[in-house]
Design a protein around this ligand. Structure first.
Ligand code: SF4
Ligand code: SF4
Length: 435
């Protein structure tokens, strides 16, 4: 980190010793996993910089923005509509965390068998190491899975600014009405927080900013359909993770810039792996920074990741919000239309997701799908069986990996992933019959 942010972190109430330890682990992990890759696009320099300043410069920007009246809203879910937050000149930041922290403290307030994502979010709060969380003016929790729903009751006792949004569990007319009512309530809460009345021009602008971010990552996704793949899955995942932290306009420009470079690579047939390398689609639970374990295992086992069916990936970004309407009511309807299509496993039934995984695997020419389930995540772990069945019935080899944030099972996962990659290579060879 280029500057000394100690004073800022102190004022945010961070535990400086614990925070220092976290940054050291993060920096080492980034060095070993990302900077050790070869043939990275030069456009990744920007994302290296973002990561090196993720608790520094970006936080300073947010804190400076607060002094000018721009509020910060934290969220744990892609159902929280960023368009509405942007429309009030506020900033939405992701608070999900991808590393175990202060586990002993966490297990005093949550059961041990809670998923790592929830425990990690609590660990970052109890360990006082997350400057994003500590700078928020409002934290939005959402009633999705039971783990989150119930843990927000506990989080409410730990933070002064929790807002809980109810979400439907079925894609019915009634479910859609619940989402509309909740988004109307949320708009009012954001107006109360910021003192800004959100009118149609403001909302249109908010939609435009967020759509531009999504369009940029769609462009990136398209380029990953090429063989050879012009960017590693790890780097593409990192871009999808930074989506939740960075200034949206700067992020959009940086992604478009890297896409310009990747277009040249694709035209010239240059890739990060040889043409014909086994192509994997990742599907399942979201992967927050610095949860890079499984992608790292996959990409050091001879395969390359070409897409993520995940909320940190295509499930979170795939649809645009229609901004053609003129009235507030119509624009709010367009927002509801867009978010109601998210096929999170908390919905029942959730046939759309099975179709989407199959579509993605065909579109990205995936040779196999690796389903990532976090231990104790009932929605995704239960849904991994029908996902596997749907894919295998369509002739797509699938591997289910259930894990957590610890490194204890790395060798075991690596053995399974390597065997899966071999299986794919063998079936490609027998289909080809070249010898
Ligand atoms: S997986 Fe479901 S609960 Fe988690 S961020 Fe995505 S939509 Fe929200
Ligand atoms: S990973 Fe699963 S259990 Fe954990 S918060 Fe997400 S949906 Fe809930």
């Amino acid at each position: 980190m280029s500057n000394d942010y100690t004073q800022m972190w102190k004022e945010l109430g961070l535990d400086l010793t614990a925070h220092d330890a976290l940054l050291q682990v993060l920096g080492k992990g980034y060095q070993d996993i990302f900077l050790s890759q070869s043939d990275r696009p030069t456009g990744m320099d920007y994302f290296n910089f973002v990561m090196s300043e993720v608790h520094g410069l970006r936080i300073k920007e947010l804190v400076d923005g607060k002094k000018e009246g721009h509020k910060i809203v934290g969220s744990y879910c892609v159902f929280v509509p960023e368009e509405i937050v942007r429309a009030a000149d506020a900033t939405l930041v992701g608070l999900c965390a991808g590393a175990d922290f202060a586990t002993e403290e966490v297990e005093k307030v949550l059961p041990r068998n809670t998923c790592a994502l929830i425990k990690s979010a609590f660990g970052f709060k109890l360990g006082k190491v997350c400057p994003y969380l500590e700078s928020t003016d409002m934290i939005v929790g959402e009633n999705t899975c039971d783990g989150k729903k119930k843990s927000y009751e506990v989080l409410d006792t730990l933070v002064p600014n929790l807002y809980v949004m109810d979400l439907p569990q079925m894609k019915s007319t009634e479910g859609r009405a619940v989402l509309r009512a909740e988004y109307d309530k949320f708009k009012k809460a954001i107006e109360d927080l910021t003192g800004v009345t959100i009118d149609a021009p403001r909302l249109k602008k908010g939609i435009e900013i967020v759509n531009n971010k999504r369009k940029a990552v769609h462009r990136l996704s398209e380029l990953r359909k090429a063989d050879p793949v012009p960017i590693s899955g790890l780097d593409a995942l990192l871009i999808n993770q930074v989506f939740f932290y960075d200034d949206p306009t700067r992020f959009t420009d940086s992604v478009n810039k890297i896409c310009d470079e990747l277009e040249v690579r694709v035209r010239e047939g240059k890739g990060v792996r040889p043409k014909g390398s086994p192509r994997m689609l990742l599907s399942g639970c979201p992967m927050a920074v610095p949860n890079w374990k499984l992608p790292w295992v996959i990409e050091t086992s001879g395969a390359v990741i070409v897409g993520e069916e995940s909320c940190v990936g295509e499930r979170g970004t795939r649809n645009l919000t229609d901004d053609s309407a003129a009235t507030m009511d119509e624009l709010m309807e367009a927002i509801v239309d867009r978010y109601f299509k998210i096929d999170c496993a908390v919905f029942t039934p959730n046939a759309d997701r099975l179709e989407h995984v199959k579509e993605m695997s065909a579109a990205y020419k995936a040779d196999g799908v690796i389903h990532y389930g976090l231990q104790f995540c009932q929605p995704y772990q239960i849904e991994s069986l029908p996902v596997e069945k749907a894919l295998e019935n369509s002739g797509v080899p699938t591997l289910r990996v259930d894990t957590d944030y610890s490194m204890e099972d790395v060798e075991q996962i690596k053995t399974r992933v390597e065997a899966f990659v071999e299986r794919i290579k063998m079936s490609a060879c027998s289909a080809c019959r070249c010898s």
